[in-house]
Design a protein around this ligand. Structure first.
Ligand SMILES: Cc1cc2nc3c(=O)[nH]c(=O)nc-3n(C[C@H](O)[C@H](O)[C@H](O)COP(=O)(O)OP(=O)(O)OC[C@H]3O[C@@H](n4cnc5c(N)ncnc54)[C@H](O)[C@@H]3O)c2cc1C
Length: 544
């Protein structure tokens, strides 16, 4: 089956939704999302959105905090752009109906927004909707998108691969070489179990992050790095995949899956304690519990390795109970559900993979180096985060880049001639049969996530990276063989993608012979600006 559209959007988090809403004024939009619309990292964001509103704050301070966190690798132009355009994006969300917490203060304009503070921020600047900011944002945007007459939403549709001109060459349909460009994607309709060919003039990758590459993660199940893997296979430049952010504090409980204890809890004064009740962050950083995430995650990792304990503890029980319940209603209820009353006792926590700073490299408008393909949100590497993301800087990045990408995409759409673009080849499954070996998918899925956690985690070494590399190569070969023999399924698509993303993380980590930001390796424990003050670039086969 073939569908024609002007704009194809892959992903229904904040990035895909915001882009869809705006671009729909200029053409027809098809938005595909692999499960229900709400399933996204966005819906899980708790803390909030970083933006300058406080009278003691300034763009310069937010810019400096972002650069500081990025450890030398942020693109200053990008940082300035995101920070200075941030407040307008927040006002736009309010106009769309997003409810943020307000204070009773009488300050003019946006200072009435209640502003939280998080690690690495020198001022209070986290705009939030209690501790469910992402859910509020996602609910409002999904509602607008569902009701837009120019947007067709296809839920339970998982994109398999981008379609490019070179897809035609590989299929032997044409032999002429030309500059490559994207003309849509193959998408598996999970309910009908058929593959659709979506032919689009402009395609947007907004498929989110890749936390599921690791055994322990704060991300929901949809975060399998599909956008990055598809971009890589289509030949786009991928950058900085070694910089995986581990959130220091995920709830440690046998029944809790991916449950994050927001940074804002430390922002409100929570202390980190070891199993003996001793505060330990003082020995690692002057900012103590408010140090940057990577510092806190590494400190916890070190403490756990030293003591052999299963978890450390986050304690906010010294604050008034009413305050804790009001400020963190969602966390309070969730913890209580697991038998932990955070107003009276410490919460057991461990670090977990949280955010991918690397991804599909883009310019200032979200354009990739494959024509007619854009990438925004967590899938993209824009240059904002550098070697480490400042807390709550990702939602704002997605919002600012949605605007910039719409502007560029509409201009491309209106100025390009599409009349000579040939029809994309339909999906070909000749020779494939239904799988009778699901065990291969389940086994390799588990093995990749475990080996990434054990060998490519918070603290890395040359030996462990080499071991991971060898193992992933073998698994990749098995997956390839299986992929071409059997009909595609959602599980196989995701397995194929986490294997690619794992390979990219390992390659980038092996390439960078220093420690910087989120990448820490035992053999090269120091930052080396002389040799490594640059992005790590991967393009199929080559690193340079
Ligand atoms: C627990 C948690 C808390 C966080 N807290 C904050 C915070 O307080 N502040 C902040 O700034 N950031 C926070 N983040 C990070 C932030 O939420 C994400 O970076 C951001 O929401 C990413 O938005 P996105 O639109 O790029 O991707 P997502 O919101 O993840 O959306 C991606 C979408 O793509 C879909 N998709 C994926 N692959 C495919 C495919 N192959 N085919 C079709 N659809 C596909 C998914 O189903 C999903 O709908 C948090 C993240 C987590 C997990």
């Amino acid at each position: 089956m073939k569908i024609d559209t002007d704009f194809l959007i892959i992903g229904s988090g904040v990035a895909g939704l915001m882009f869809s809403l705006k671009v729909a004024a200029h053409g027809h939009v098809v938005l595909v999302t692999k499960k229900e619309m709400m399933e996204s990292n966005t819906a899980h964001a708790q803390g909030g959105i970083a933006s300058v509103f406080h009278r003691l704050d300034s763009f310069d301070l937010h810019i400096n905090d972002t650069l500081e966190a990025g450890d030398g690798l942020c693109n200053r132009e990008v940082v300035e752009r995101v920070v200075t355009r941030g407040p307008d994006c927040i006002r736009e969300l309010i106009d769309l109906g997003v409810h943020f917490n307000l204070t009773q203060g009488k300050d003019a304009d946006g200072a009435q927004l209640d502003l939280g503070r998080e690690g690495g921020h020198s001022q209070k600047r986290i705009v939030h909707a209690q501790d469910m900011t992402g859910l509020e944002l996602e609910t409002v945007l999904v509602n607008h998108v569902r009701n837009h007459p120019n947007i067709t939403v296809l839920e339970h549709h998982i994109a398999i691969d981008l379609i490019t001109w070179s897809t035609r060459i590989r299929r032997g349909l044409v032999t002429t070489l030309r500059d490559d460009f994207c003309c849509g994607a193959y998408v598996l309709d999970r309910l009908a179990d058929t593959v659709k060919t979506i032919n689009a003039k402009i395609t947007l990758l907004a498929a989110g992050g890749a936390g599921k590459v690791y055994l322990y993660t704060s991300n929901p199940d949809v975060a399998t790095g599909d956008g990055i893997a598809m971009g890589y296979r289509a030949g786009t430049t991928i950058a900085n995949m070694e910089f995986v952010q581990f959130h220091p504090t995920c709830l440690y409980h046998p029944e809790a899956k991916n449950f994050l204890i927001s940074e804002a809890v430390r922002g409100e004064g929570a202390l980190l304690l070891d199993a003996a009740g001793r505060r330990f962050m003082e020995s690692y950083d002057d900012l103590k519990e408010l140090a940057c995430r990577d510092v806190v995650a590494r400190a916890i990792d070190t403490e756990l390795k030293k003591s052999g304990a299963d978890s450390v503890f986050l304690d906010i029980s010294h604050k008034p109970s009413d305050f804790v319940r009001q400020r963190f209603p969602n966390l309070y209820e969730k913890c209580l559900g697991f038998g932990i009353d955070m107003t009276t006792e410490p919460i057991p926590v461990v670090p977990a993979a949280h955010y991918m700073c690397g991804g599909v490299a883009t310019d200032l408008s979200g354009r990739t180096d494959l024509q007619r393909l854009f990438a925004i949100g967590e899938t993209a590497c824009t240059g904002l985060h550098g070697a480490n993301r400042l807390a709550s800087n990702s939602l704002i990045e997605a919002l600012v880049y949605a605007n910039a990408a719409v502007e560029q995409a509409v201009s491309d759409f209106q100025s390009m001639s599409f009349s000579s673009t040939p029809e994309p080849p339909l999906w070909d499954e000749v020779g494939t049969v239904d799988s009778d070996e699901h065990i291969m998918v389940a086994h390799n899925w588990d093995e990749i996530r475990r080996l990434m956690w054990n060998y490519v985690g918070i603290v890395r070494s040359e030996k462990r990276l080499a071991r991971a590399h060898r193992r992933i190569e073998t698994i990749q070969a098995e997956i390839q063989e299986y992929y071409w023999d059997f009909r595609v399924s959602a599980d196989l698509i995701e397995l194929r993608n986490i294997a690619v993303v794992a390979e990219l993380i390992v390659k980038c980590a092996q390439h960078r012979k220093e420690s910087r930001g989120l990448h820490y390796t035992i053999q090269f424990p120091h930052r080396d600006d002389h040799r490594w003050l640059k992005d790590t670039i991967v393009r199929r086969q080559m690193v340079g």
